[in-house]
Structure formats: C-alpha cells, structure tokens
Ligand binder design. Structure first.
Ligand code: AMP
Length: 536
C-alpha cells in the first residue's frame, strides 16, 4: 500500500529557494578577494544565483554540463554552488593547490565547458589554458573595475556575465538522482578520481549534518567554514546553512591567523570547521595575543587526526566545544563525528580529550563496519581492527566516468582506513591501507613520488613513507638507493621532483641508503622503514 503523501524530488534549488524566502534577511559575509569585507544576505544569494543560471543558459550550458570553479570561499563561489547545480549543470570544484599537470588532467577528464576563476588563480590558469581541451568560456569572479589584464580567451568578469539578467527565473524540476557537483579526490592510487554527487545525496547530507549531534546548526548560528569549498563542498556547510538559515561567514583568501581571528570576532562566529593544521597555528596565535574570539562555541576538526594537545587546548584552555569529524570526498564527506555523551562531560579534560581523538559515531544516514582481510565482519568491541567500510545515501557507488567496481560484493564502500569500533559505536582510525600520506589535509601519493624519483637516472630504487609531524599530521620522506657509480645529492633530486610535484608534495628529506628492506613477495617493506625513520 502506498502512503498518501506528496512526491517531490530533493533538489539543491529547494535549499536556496528556502534560504532566500524564509531566511532572506540572514547575513552572508565575505572577505572578498578584492580586499573589503562585504555584507549580503541569503535573499541576495538567491537572486544572484538565478542570474547566474540565466547567464549559463544563455552561454549554452545545459543539463549535465560541467562548470568548473577555481576559487576561495566567497559569496560568488556560493552562488555558483546554487546557480550551476540548480539549473541542472554540474558544479565541479577544483583544488588550486594541485600541480598544473594534475589540474589539466582533471579538467580534461571532466570536460569542463566553463571555468569560474578567482583573480588570484588567473595566472595559474593562463599557464595551462592551451592544454585545456574543452573550456569555452572563462569567467573571472570579480567586477569590471577589478578585471585583470588576461590572455584567457573570451574572459569576462562575473558581474558582467550575470549583470544583464533579471533573476526572474524558475528552477527546473530535475530528477533528484541527477548529478549536481563533482569533486576529484587524489586520495586514491593512480589518477585523481571524481566523486559525482547528486541532488538527493546533497540534500540528505545537508539535513544529516545540520543535526544537533553533528554540526548543530540553526538560524541562530553564525558559521565560518575554513575548510575550502573545493574540499568536498566545504563539508556540505553551504547547503546545510541554507537549510537552517544560519549566518555564513566566508573568509576568502585571507586564512592567516590575524585575518581569521578578526573575522571570527567581528562576525560573532559560533561554529567553525577546518583541518587540524590551521587550528594549531590559530590556537598559538590566541595564546600569544590573549585574543581568542569570545563568541566561538564549537570547533569541528576533520580530514586528518588532530593531536590530543590541540583538543585539550580548545576544550580546557579556551572553553570551546571540540568535535572530531571523519569522512572522505567519497562520503560527501561526513561519515562520523565524535560528539561526547553527556556522561563523558564530567571526565577531566585529559581523559576526555584522549577519548576525543576517536573519530566518533555515524550520523543517521551512515552505516559503518569493519572487516578482516577476507571480508568477514568484525565485532564492535573497541579491540578488533579491520578495514572500515561505509554505506549510505551520500556515499559514492563508483567514480565519474569509470566502470571499475569499487564496492564490496554486498554493497559497502571500502575506505582504505583501518579502524576499531567500540560498543558505543565510536570509530577509531588506527592505520591506513592506502599507500598515501596526508599532509595538512592534502594528499601525497607515495607511489607517485617514488615513480617520479626513479625517473631520475641517479636513482635505482626509491621508497616514500610518511613520518608524523606535529603541524602537518604527516610529512613524506624519500629513502633512495643511488644507481651504481653515481653520487646524487638531495638538492638535485628535490629540484628534479619539483618539475612534476607541487611544493608541499616534495619530501622533507632525501636519505640515501645502500639497499631497501625487501619482503618475500619482492615489495619494499615500508613497515620496516617506518620503524626505522618514523622518529624523523
Ligand atoms: P579526503 O577524501 O581527501 O577527504 O580524505 C579522506 C581520508 O582522510 C580518510 O579516508 C582518512 O584517511 C583521512 N581522514 C579524514 N578524516 C580523518 C580523521 N578525523 N582522522 C584521521 N584520518 C582522517
């Protein structure tokens, strides 16, 4: 028997339409790329995202076409989220920190037709534009007065692009399973892979993360996402805050401690989210200046494991509730969050913060389990450890333009993380199966660095391992065997690697050895190398 309830697709346009109509006067604040702090509202964002949808339609962009963005967290970037997806195109966020070769690969693979780019990144795009096979139009996210001199063909400022349009536009009624946004992850082996979100997955994720035990968002909350819009859609905060009508404060390009602290203070921010490395510096800055933002009530750190000392400082020293999130680009990204149970709150800070290093519990919508090497499900006893697998309506079932089978035979997504799960359903990540290093929230592929290094005539064999680092979480070091009769120096090798790797992907040290420890199957025994070199 069918229920007698209305049918209606879950669409991203519903989110912005709701925000604009019901929370129309709620503030959207941006520290702009041009410099000044600009105040706007959800009502304005609704009107302008409709103008953008009209401009895209006029430019010939249709359903399913990819429109890329290369930008900081700003109002215009926010409008792209709603305008592009709302009209049925796919908003493809690009990470400006990637090496140019990766950017070219990703944009050609996605077949982006339009690129919305911040002034900051125009030179980066100019340098690769002749290799971008499908881009027809470059829109610089600024106004005519700030438009840079550029060699990009047919470049136009965003304000001119949308300017001639009325904003009198009705969103199309799309299939809720249609693709809405695309985000490539380099957290996999081989080439970057695209997580292709849908309208339905995005709306469900937005409602899931807004809940009290997750991000705890409401109309009364002022939210500052430090996490970039190009990292899994700023963890869904733009969509979730539209649903809750929260105030949204966008830091733009100024992510320095002073700039962030000023914005947190002046805009009375309650909730802030980002990777641990940013907060290590912020907390130190607050200590030195005695100037911690007084309104800040909660900080959610994720993307990498935060050190216990940072958790203890936030909770004990600054009286800010700490929440620890785990997730992946493939999980939209939220997979679990460590929110303490009421009973934990009476624990002393030391004990509490040790517990808060756990990655937490799944919100409604996500299921988690651990399995052994044969795929057998392991008990949730806090001791057994195995690969973490995840399932739910905001988890990928494969990658964009790939036929490869990614799921387990019974339909779970294997994360490549190793974890325990305790009796209260708190997950703790203990290790990683994937041969990747995460530095400051960004991936470095050990295999890529090794292969590149072995491209140098003086390197016979190379192994890259991650070593713990207080600030960045992990940093790569390269252990190499020189080719007989050569005497490579670490300077020469690093200079060579810099031709194909981004600066932050370069190893912190190159160590030359006579031989690498090899296992029975002919693989380098990285565990041995880690034991030997993990001390730094
Ligand atoms: P990404 O797709 O770049 O967001 O990376 C996802 C991966 O980052 C996960 O599979 C983990 O390896 C790692 N990660 C994310 N959050 C955490 C966390 N809280 N603690 C430890 N590792 C994490």
């Amino acid at each position: 028997m069918r229920g007698r309830m209305m049918e209606g697709p879950l669409l991203i346009s519903n989110l912005i339409e709701h925000a604009g109509r019901v929370h129309g006067d709620q503030q959207i604040v941006t520290r702009t790329v041009e410099g000044p702090i600009v105040h706007s509202t959800w009502g304005e964002v609704l009107r302008r995202s409709k103008q953008l949808a009209q401009a895209m339609t006029e430019a010939g962009i249709g359903r399913g076409d990819r429109v890329a963005t290369l930008g900081w967290n700003t109002q215009r970037h926010l409008e792209a989220y709603f305008g592009v997806s709302g009209m049925g195109a796919v908003c493809h966020t690009l990470n400006p920190r990637l090496h140019a070769t990766q950017l070219i690969y990703i944009m050609n693979h996605a077949e982006d037709r339009v690129l919305l780019v911040d002034i900051t990144f125009v030179p980066l795009v100019e340098a690769v534009a002749d290799k971008l096979r499908t881009v027809e139009r470059y829109v610089v996210m600024t106004d005519a007065a700030h438009m840079p001199d550029t060699s990009l063909p047919s470049a136009v400022s965003y304000e001119e692009f949308i300017g001639g349009h009325s904003g009198n536009y009705s969103w199309p009624t799309l299939d809720e399973s249609a693709a809405s946004a695309l985000c490539y992850t380099s957290g996999t082996t081989g080439n970057p892979k695209g997580a292709l979100y849908s309208h339905r997955s995005t709306v469900l994720h937005a409602m899931g993360v807004a809940m009290p035990d997750v991000f705890n968002l409401s109309r009364a909350t002022s939210v500052l996402p430090i996490v970039p819009q190009f990292h899994a859609c700023a963890w869904g905060l733009p969509y979730a805050t539209a649903a809750t009508g929260s105030k949204l404060v966008m830091p733009g390009p100024r992510l320095d401690h002073e700039g962030l602290t000023e914005l947190l203070q002046d805009e009375a921010v309650h909730f802030c989210a980002g990777v641990p490395s940013v907060f290590l510096g912020l907390v130190q800055h607050w200590r030195e200046t005695g100037n911690a933002p007084s309104s800040l009530e909660m900080v959610l750190l994720g993307g990498a494991a935060p050190p216990q000392s940072l958790i203890a400082a936030l909770e004990g020293e600054f009286d800010i509730e700490f929440r620890h999130g785990w997730g992946m680009t493939e999980t939209s990204p939220l997979g679990s969050v460590n929110t303490l149970l009421p009973s934990h709150r009476s624990w002393p800070v030391d004990e509490r913060s040790a517990f808060q290093t756990k990655q937490g519990r799944p919100p409604f919508g996500i299921e988690l389990r651990i399995v052994d090497q044969d795929g057998a499900v392991l008990p949730h006893d806090g001791h057994a450890f195995g690969e973490l697998q995840v399932r739910g309506p905001w988890v990928v079932d494969g990658y964009f333009r790939s036929d490869a089978e990614e799921l387990s035979p019974d339909g779970w997504f294997p994360t490549g993380d190793v974890a325990t799960i305790d009796a209260d359903a708190y997950v703790q990540i203990t290790d990683r199966i994937k041969d990747l290093i995460k530095s400051g929230g960004e991936w470095i592929s050990s295999i890529d660095v090794e292969n590149t290094a072995m491209g140098h005539a003086d390197i016979a064999m190379a192994a890259v391992i991650g070593v713990p680092d207080e600030k960045w979480g992990e940093r790569p070091i390269l252990i190499a065997v020189p080719t007989p009769d050569t005497e490579p120096t670490s300077e020469r090798i690093l200079e060579y690697l810099s031709h194909s790797l981004a600066k932050w992907q370069l190893p912190d040290a190159v160590i030359f050895v006579d031989a690498l420890p090899m296992g029975a199957t002919g693989k380098v025994q990285k565990t041995k190398l880690r034991e030997e070199y993990a001390g730094g």
